[in-house]
Design a protein around this ligand. Sequence first.
Ligand code: DON
Length: 585
Amino acid sequence: MIRNLFISAQIALYLLLSTVSLAAEKAIIDSSARFHPVISDRGMVVSQEMLASQVGADILARGGNAVDAAVATGFALAVTLPRAGNLGGGGFMLVHLAKENKTLAIDYREMAPASASRDMFLDAEGDVDNSKARFSIQSSGVPGTVAGLLHALERYGTMTPKQVLEPAIALASKGFPVSLDLSSSLMARHKTLHKNAASKKYFYKADGAGYQFGETLVQEDLAATLGRISKAGRSGFYKGKTAQLIVAEMQRSGGLIRDSDLANYQVVERVPVCGGYRGNSVCAMPPPSSGGVHMIQMLNILEGWDLAAVGHNSAAYIHRLVESMRRAYADRSSYLGDPDYFPVPVAELTDKKYAAELRQQIDLHKASRSEDIRPGLDSTSGANESTETTHFSTWDKWGNVVSNTYTLNFSYGSGISVSGAGFLLNNEMDDFSAKPGSPNGYGLVGGVANAIEPGKRPLSSMTPSIVFDAAGAPILATGSPGGSTIITIVMQMVLNVIDFDMNVAEATAASRIHHQWLPDTVFYEAGISVDTLQRLRDMGHQLNDKTSRLGATNTIQVDPSGKMFYGTADYRRDGSGVAVPAVAD
Ligand code: DON
């Protein structure tokens, strides 16, 4: 009898353990298949949060196109991934339209309010007040997300705002199970979010405690705001009750955004910046993002070497990458800003002749010093700042593609929510150069090109990208969060696929490196061998003293027929997922 009980207990334990491991296995398959992409022939959505990916895939299953799916995913992420998904921020969307064979860039970056001014973040001594630039109500630019998503839907989608907003409204009003990622990111931002009564109310329980994994988060005020957008479109956010709530919040706490700033917010359609790379064409976001220009500039430099022969992540390879990055980021600090306010020399920076000159300066055996490339002030902060933006890619069976990156800037933005409206405000004003030579939250420096001016858009690094093969067919959609590191991360995805023929899962998993001119430091992920690191030191490179995790790419690749889709959600952050449309009955 005792023996039988013992055996039953063992079987029960075995069953319990096998359930746990099955659940774990399922979670891994759901969140990201390492080295094996998820495969589909019906289109795909890859985002940082599985429920939101599923929302997009359901839209595809109902006959929506990639733009419908992207807009639905974007609104859903505003509910399920509040640290980066947003209504109160801004971003960039690259759209490829198969029928028209056209690729366009939608700029819905935040704009500085009309009363913003160049020195608004300087203290009495003329130094940058970082807490004002990053965590005050004045750190918010006029949000662009709602206008941008609706612009894309209206011009290039096939569904109504009501249809694409319905899933987000349901997630906010009925609630959804809190993921480990949401629970732990709220824990990490506890102090900042508790300083603002509305954020505390929206993201914590009545007693101030955090939500645990699996508990339900309901966001009633957010559901009501989404409902107003669903009914009235753009006016549901930039006018009427939502606008009143935003302006009331601003007036209560010394913010600058007024009715006229909201009413005047403008989405701008721009021509993507594209460059040839080993017979392919790489298209990405033009200014006010620095992403496309500098990714193409770096690829132009690198194209002069046979990287495949040098070997992936060898010291010789990393050296070439670092030296290219150093030069591109030095240029970024001087020449990049909002093109509507500053004449950004895009053609010159992406000229292959200019790249050849830069390549010639590079000693293949010795690291250069950033201070010799261009005199710059020392920067102490770098790529280690908490980095929260989010990228998603959608692709439909007709060959339309969306590559979208949007953000509140820091994790949970400024930490300030609009009371009564249920969403967080961005702290994107810190992406301006508050003072020439003073590093922003990502250690990036700038000058007059990126100085604060009313109505101007702060310079960004966000790099939503689409790569085309020699025949002009789209083969890859990718992008990443990571602040200043975004451009180099996205470029390494492109190199991994083009030069090293990796599948999208391998390309995602491969260890990444980053350099941004200042600080003069090579950031690197675990997985680069100690021998390689030593060789880099011997060449004179200064390596960061610990590894960093770089970015979170959410990528779709297609095979040359254009019929099979391979998707990988980055395993670097929990909760991400690839979703494919269910087969119609
Ligand atoms: O636009 C930019 O470059 C930054 N505001 C992006 C911030 C970011 O990527 C934070 N995320 N991980």
